[in-house]
Design a protein around this ligand. Structure first.
Ligand SMILES: Cc1cc2nc3c(=O)[nH]c(=O)nc-3n(C[C@H](O)[C@H](O)[C@H](O)COP(=O)(O)OP(=O)(O)OC[C@H]3O[C@@H](n4cnc5c(N)ncnc54)[C@H](O)[C@@H]3O)c2cc1C
Length: 476
């Protein structure tokens, strides 16, 4: 809805309305399973919450949304009971609204709501999920009309939010799209990373089934660069999209890192959250966890690991060790709150110096060193400085490394003429076009940005899909 056409509402009356509480399952109940912790609004609750929207002409929520969903327009339609119309508003700008509504941090649309100044922002994220899930129940989300076949073939490498977005938009634009995914199922980190208690995998499965019905072909278990070469794909397809994410873990260079019981975050999260049969073969080895788990790191992945650890049967103690203080921790406030509520423990300003093993090569303890905080570094946060002589040892059964991810350049290095950035991403003309140095080869998502979030990946991929469509039609 253009901003001049926003409906006139009684803003004063609306400002006085109380927020409809965000339903969350109580911590003592939710730690007993891996089910989503959010209870979706009922239709009545959703309409009531939507009817608090002030219909601001400048729509700060829309500006703050990386995809620029016209949130006030959608909420107005919901108020009128038009769930399908409201969902269509999101679908004009977003390929994954139901999923973004579950996963976006509060810091985008919700914090930007003018009612946030009074501490009661509209619950824009859960309304987005409600609208789009309710719409599927109402009309099944019919497939959109596709443009006539262009005769062009596109290979999409990686089936995360970026790859799914490009696949959807280019299929609708009339191109034939094949998605190559190295894992057994499509979904990227939505499946092999993000825990079930944040996102029920049924939401991902529904989206994949919808895309298949639209005509997208998924070829899973195909590691491009190993099972098939990039040269082959460049010869067989008119354009290629690289949406391979950033999965190379940051691993500390300290003694004992090779011990049994030292786990990488994505494998740990996938093994705990997914059925055995859909795990990649290399993760199918039985690795029982002991009762005491440490998680290293202070970002959202560390919070997901701690929250997963507290849910594992037999685990009695799950502790996160972070080298800076609570104030510097990069995790979003909501994820941290959830981790605390669920019994995760935190030790600040401590960094591991070595992992100690037993005779069988299994982790038995970690030696940490205390840190003090020095001057701010290039990240703007105070630099952790080791305190000499402050080492201490803690007995533990398992440790999960959640210290960050980088793009993996190893497959990309095989592509003749592809220029890479120092940190391993393909060089792109801009995030608007995603054009790489190889004609017909485009990239977006975490692979280009570095580890980020779902909404920016979708936003970038939408623009890149447009650039690819223009290229395929000989217009760009
Ligand atoms: C634990 C965790 C929790 C997160 N939680 C949130 C959250 O709550 N909210 C949020 O907004 N974001 C969250 N994120 C970030 C979000 O998941 C990513 O920003 C997003 O998935 C990036 O999308 P993408 O499509 O670029 O990459 P990905 O989702 O990483 O998908 C890339 C895909 O490419 C595949 N691939 C890679 N190389 C090859 C190859 N050679 N051949 C074939 N396939 C290949 C990979 O297997 C993968 O499936 C989280 C990330 C992690 C790790």
């Amino acid at each position: 809805m253009p901003k001049s056409n926003r409906p006139k509402v009684d803003r004063k009356a609306r400002m006085k309305m109380a927020p409809v509480p965000t339903p969350e399952r109580p911590p003592e109940e939710r730690v007993r399973d891996f089910d989503e912790i959010l209870v979706l609004y009922s239709m009545e609750e959703a309409v009531l919450e939507a009817s608090r929207c002030l219909q601001c002409p400048t729509a700060p929520c829309q500006k703050a949304c990386p995809i620029h969903n016209d949130i006030p327009a959608a909420l107005w339609l919901l108020e009128q009971g038009d769930v399908v119309g409201a969902a269509e508003v999101y679908r004009r700008t977003s390929t994954l609204p139901e999923i973004c509504g579950m996963l976006c941090p509060q810091t985008f649309c919700q914090d930007a709501c003018v009612l946030n100044k009074a501490g009661k922002p509209i619950n824009t994220r859960r309304l987005e999920t409600f609208i789009n899930a309710a719409r599927v129940e109402q009309d099944g989300e019919p497939l959109p009309e596709k443009a006539p076949p262009s005769g062009k073939k596109v290979a999409v490498i990686g089936s995360g939010p970026a790859g799914l977005t490009v696949a959807e938009l280019l299929t609708i634009a009339g191109h034939e799209v094949v998605v190559f995914e190295r894992h057994p199922r499509p979904g990227g980190l939505l499946l092999y990373g993000i825990p079930n208690f944040k996102l029920d995998k049924k939401r991902v499965e529904r989206k994949i089934a919808w895309l298949e019905a639209l005509g997208v072909e998924f070829r899973c278990g195909v590691d491009v660069g190993k099972a098939i070469t990039f040269e082959q794909l460049l010869a067989d397809y008119d354009a290629i999209f690289l949406g391979m994410g950033a999965h190379r873990p940051v691993v500390p260079r300290i003694p004992g890192v090779e011990l049994k019981g030292v786990h990488l975050a994505l494998e740990f999260l996938s093994r705990a959250n997914l059925p055995f049969e859909i795990l990649p073969p290399e993760w199918q080895e039985e690795k029982p966890f002991g009762p005491r788990i440490h998680v290293l790191g202070g970002g959202d992945t560390a919070m997901d690991c701690i929250r997963t650890a507290v849910r594992l049967p037999g685990v009695t103690e799950a502790t996160c060790y972070y080298r800076r203080s609570e104030a510097e921790m990069p995790a979003h406030a909501e994820d941290y709150r959830h981790a605390l509520e669920e019994g995760g423990r935190f030790v600040w300003q401590a960094s591991p110096v070595r992992f100690l093993g037993d005779e069988q090569g299994r982790l038995k303890a970690i030696v940490y060193q205390r840190m003090e905080l020095g001057e701010p570094d290039e990240s703007g946060r105070r630099r952790p400085v080791p305190i000499p002589g402050s080492e201490f040892t803690v007995e533990v059964d398992d440790v999960v490394l959640a210290l960050g991810f980088r793009p993996d350049p190893s497959a990309l290095e095989q592509i003749p003429g592809l220029e890479l950035e120092r940190w391993g991403s393909p060089k792109v003309e801009s995030q608007e076009t995603g054009r790489t140095s190889v004609p017909g080869l485009f990239a977006a998502g975490d692979l280009v940005r570095g580890a980020s979030l779902v909404a920016p990946a979708v936003a970038d991929a939408r623009k890149v899909a447009q650039a690819m469509d223009a290229y395929l039609r000989g217009e760009g």
